[in-house]
Ligand binder design. Structure first.
Ligand SMILES: Cc1cc2nc3c(=O)[nH]c(=O)nc-3n(C[C@H](O)[C@H](O)[C@H](O)COP(=O)(O)OP(=O)(O)OC[C@H]3O[C@@H](n4cnc5c(N)ncnc54)[C@H](O)[C@@H]3O)c2cc1C
Length: 415
């Protein structure tokens, strides 16, 4: 029977990063991908400074993608543009179409020495309550550690019990590509007041991320905590948002049918004997802004590093890293997601956030997780104090979360 040090299920950013780092560290790695190199993934394609830093660490040539200098936020008639902060991370962003970006990350894994198997769906090989490796196309491959990086809501992660916490917030989003006269714009644009067909504001947010080459990525998304989430129709919402920005962005027609998918934001069971989950499979999408590429790349690296340090206990060490590095921030962001589910409170907070460039910058630092916690400054202190205040309000939020649980069910067909 074939035997490797690490088997990885899924070659998105999380799995390819894990495979690349593990292979570079000298481990034998088999990387299983059910699709082919160059597959697309429904995504906004936005890389914030945090993602850029991790891409550079991995040695990816992200400079080849359309560069982004900052964020433009729109809410009603208010618009603010802020540059990326120049602090803990490089003040650079990018819009990297996922078909191309993911092919690049997969290539990094291959070039690092991972044995990449495309068109090869795999499932964890479970025996006696531990994962012994993977089963792909009827063949068993034994591995000391199996990294399950198979994305949002995947059966491979479910098989080991790594499932989304049902009462926690999650997101749904849809995106498409459209030719635009402003595809070279250097700001990602986010709109927090998307108007429905009747002119009323619908829950959720819209974005236009310019990708260069004449194309923009346009999409809309919503958090399960938002009012009327259960009535959400992403296609209608995307049409409404596209109409809203058609003139200002000089938009043409969609080049292909827009695609929707889920954004999981809370998984607690993230490792066990012989296995760990990374990226979306581990629920690592930032509830503040729907970003997951950076956390996918980072968690893949952590999984590899834990294995290279001590293979036998990597699954436990990895969970400790996630608990320390990510859980406090994600817990605060999830609590915040419950707060902004209340439209009046959201309007109030938006008013404050957009009131000056200073407040907008502060909010961007916090929400995109760009705070340097070694030198926290005002953003870091606000995050810590806000986190504590929100945790005190936990009983209230949990109660409202229980009430909303029935609502937190996607009624929009996804995929
Ligand atoms: C509409 C939308 C917009 C978004 N916008 C942004 C954004 O602008 N910026 C950002 O940072 N994040 C964004 N995200 C989140 C981001 O797309 C994800 O967080 C990211 O793709 C997670 O990477 P991953 O490697 O964990 O999973 P994925 O990218 O989903 O990769 C999982 C891989 O596993 C493979 N796979 C699945 N099952 C198996 C199996 N059984 N065997 C073998 N292979 C398997 C899949 O084919 C896939 O290649 C967005 C998400 C959505 C839905």
């Amino acid at each position: 029977m074939e035997q490797v040090d690490i088997a990885v299920i899924g070659a998105g950013p999380a799995g390819s990063s894990a495979a690349a780092w593990a292979a570079r560290g000298g481990a034998s790695v088999a990387l299983f991908e059910k699709a082919a190199q160059g597959r697309d993934k429904s995504c906004g394609d936005g890389l914030t400074p945090r993602a850029i830093e991790e891409c550079r660490r991995l040695g990816l040539d992200v400079e080849r993608f359309h560069r982004i200098d900052g964020l433009r936020v729109q809410a009603g008639s208010k618009v603010r543009e802020v540059l990326w902060p120049d602090g803990a991370f490089p003040p650079v962003g990018a819009v990297a179409p996922r078909a191309e970006f993911d092919a690049m990350v997969m290539q990094a894994a291959i070039d690092s020495g991972a044995d990449f198997r495309e068109n090869a769906p795999a499932e964890p090989w479970i025996e006696d309550n531990r994962v012994l490796g993977v089963i792909s196309k009827g063949e068993k491959v034994r591995a000391q550690l199996t990294v399950i990086a198979s994305g949002a809501g995947s059966p491979a992660a479910r098989a080991v019990g790594a499932t989304r916490i049902a009462s926690s917030p999650f997101g749904l989003a849809i995106r498409g590509y459209i030719p635009s006269t402003r595809a070279d714009d250097r700001y990602m644009e986010a709109c927090l007041t998307v108007n429905g067909p009747d002119g009323s504001i619908v829950p959720g947010y819209g974005w236009v991320f310019p990708a260069g080459n004449g194309i923009v990525n346009i999409g809309v998304g919503a958090l399960s905590t938002m009012k009327n989430f259960s009535d959400l129709n992403l296609n209608t919402m995307l049409d409404a948002y596209t109409a809203q920005v058609r003139e200002s962005w000089g938009l043409g027609e969609f080049v292909a049918r827009p695609k929707a998918w889920r954004l999981p934001m809370h998984v607690e069971h993230r490792g066990g004997p012989g296995w760990v989950v990374a990226g979306d499979a581990a629920g690592l999408v930032n509830p503040f802004n729907g970003e997951g590429i950076d956390y996918a790349l980072e968690s893949g690296r952590h999984a590899a590093e834990c294995f290279l340090t001590e293979p036998g206990t990597a699954w436990a060490a990895y969970q400790a890293v996630l608990r320390k590095e990510y859980d406090p921030f994600f817990a605060t962001a999830r609590r915040f997601a419950w707060l902004i589910g209340r439209p009046k409170l959201l309007q109030f907070l938006l008013g404050i956030a957009l009131s000056t460039n200073f407040t907008m910058k502060l909010v961007l630092d916090i929400m995109a997780n760009l705070v340097d916690m070694e030198h926290p400054g005002l953003a870091g202190r606000s995050l810590t104090i806000g986190g504590k205040a929100l945790s005190l309000a936990d009983p209230l939020l949990v109660r409202s979360s229980a009430k909303s649980k029935a609502k937190a069910k996607a009624t929009t067909p996804v995929g």
